[in-house]
Write a protein that binds this ligand. Structure first.
Ligand SMILES: NC(=O)c1ccc[n+]([C@@H]2O[C@H](COP(=O)([O-])OP(=O)(O)OC[C@H]3O[C@@H](n4cnc5c(N)ncnc54)[C@H](OP(=O)(O)O)[C@@H]3O)[C@@H](O)[C@H]2O)c1
Length: 326
């Protein structure tokens, strides 16, 4: 038997199952499961070949069999998602920007949608520098023609839509009595109607492919309401209701998944647009006193959800800063 050095992790070694393939040759064969990178530390082992046709199989080239080996494994918690196509709305800043960047790092072809074209172009240039692939489609999600154009341009460029990240949102906090009702309308149009209409436009493409993943960005405010957040919360409660109904509708239609992401306080530009100065100041103070989440924290959660095997639908992720009580 091969003498394993189990110094790294007993469990991981058990997953690797290395055995000597054939005593007459010097190949060692092993299976691995979700191990993206396996580094073998031994001067007699001259390399690793990962069989691309069967990514769970790897071959270790050895100068002689029965070598004691030490190995360090970097386990990936996500599957290979490279080559998939993701539309990310609200990609010009905050959570959307971080998510697009992280997905592009994983080899996903990202379609960057928001109103501020310059920000999208800057992001696309950075993604390209890092070796990624993206497409900029300036989009106002409150405009039906823009939504259709976003979907059409994505399909023209990449042929499909595997992942839709409905992230665009505005949070115009103010008490109902004092509020400008145009702000009510804007929150409903962006946070809820835009999300539902884009989903409606993308769903047939996913249904035709028999697979797809819709990620809807809700909020803690989709579970709780606070003074000043009535309308914002109403839109996010709406996103929660829509997502669960949609999930049930598409269950059994191939592998179409729906995931709801509900962040707590994330330090982004979202607060900059709060019309009530007092509330804006209060929100800013929260970020100064609390170790708020970063956009990258949420981007990792989204990437975790889309990186699960097709049989796994992460339905809901509620993510608060550790110091956030409500
Ligand atoms: N930050 C938080 O604490 C927090 C907590 C829970 C949930 N969320 C949710 O997370 C999502 C992202 O917000 P964020 O925190 O990352 O804030 P952000 O930096 O302000 O990002 C909001 C994004 O939405 C886009 N957007 C706004 N109106 C749009 C429209 N009509 N059409 C297309 N895109 C539009 C903005 O781009 P343009 O201005 O360029 O169009 C921007 O890219 C939102 O849905 C928000 O409700 C945030």
């Amino acid at each position: 038997m091969l003498n394993h050095d189990k110094s790294v992790s007993e469990n991981w070694v058990n997953h690797l199952n290395i055995y000597v393939g054939n005593e007459s040759d010097l190949w060692l064969r092993g299976y691995y499961n979700n191990f993206r990178q396996v580094e073998i530390l031994h001067d007699r082992l001259s390399g690793i070949i990962i069989d691309r046709r069967e990514p769970r199989t790897m071959f270790l080239l050895s100068s002689r069999p029965y070598l004691p080996i030490t190995y360090i494994m970097t386990m990936s918690i996500i599957e290979d998602i490279s080559g998939k196509v993701a539309i990310v709305t609200g990609a010009s800043s905050g959570i959307g920007e971080a998510t697009a960047r992280l997905l592009a790092n994983e080899g996903v072809r990202v379609v960057l949608a928001a109103r501020r074209e310059d920000e999208l172009e800057d992001l696309a240039a950075q993604i390209e520098l890092d070796g990624g692939d993206s497409l900029v489609v300036p989009t106002d999600v409150t405009d039906d023609a823009d939504i259709q154009q976003l979907v059409d341009q994505t399909v023209d460029a990449f042929g499909q839509v595997d992942i839709l990240i409905n992230n665009a949102g505005v949070m115009l906090l103010e008490e109902v009595q004092d509020a400008d009702t145009d702000n009510f309308q804007q929150m409903v149009d962006v946070n809820l109607s835009g999300l539902m209409k884009l989903t409606h436009a993308v769903l047939p493409i996913m249904q035709e492919h028999g697979s797809g993943h819709i990620i809807n960005i809700s909020s803690v405010a989709g579970r709780k309401s606070f003074p000043g957040s009535s309308v914002y919360s109403a839109t996010k409660f709406g996103v929660n209701g829509f997502s669960e109904g949609l999930r049930q509708e598409v269950t059994g239609e191939g592998d179409i998944r729906v995931t709801l992401i509900e962040p707590g306080f994330v330090d982004t530009e979202l607060d900059d647009h709060i019309p009530d100065e007092e509330r804006k100041q209060q929100t800013k103070e929260v970020h100064e006193t609390m170790d708020s989440l970063t956009s990258e924290d949420i981007a990792r959660s989204i990437t975790y959800a889309v990186g699960q095997p097709a049989r796994v639908d992460v339905n809901e992720l509620l993510i608060r800063p550790t110091q956030q009580e409500l």
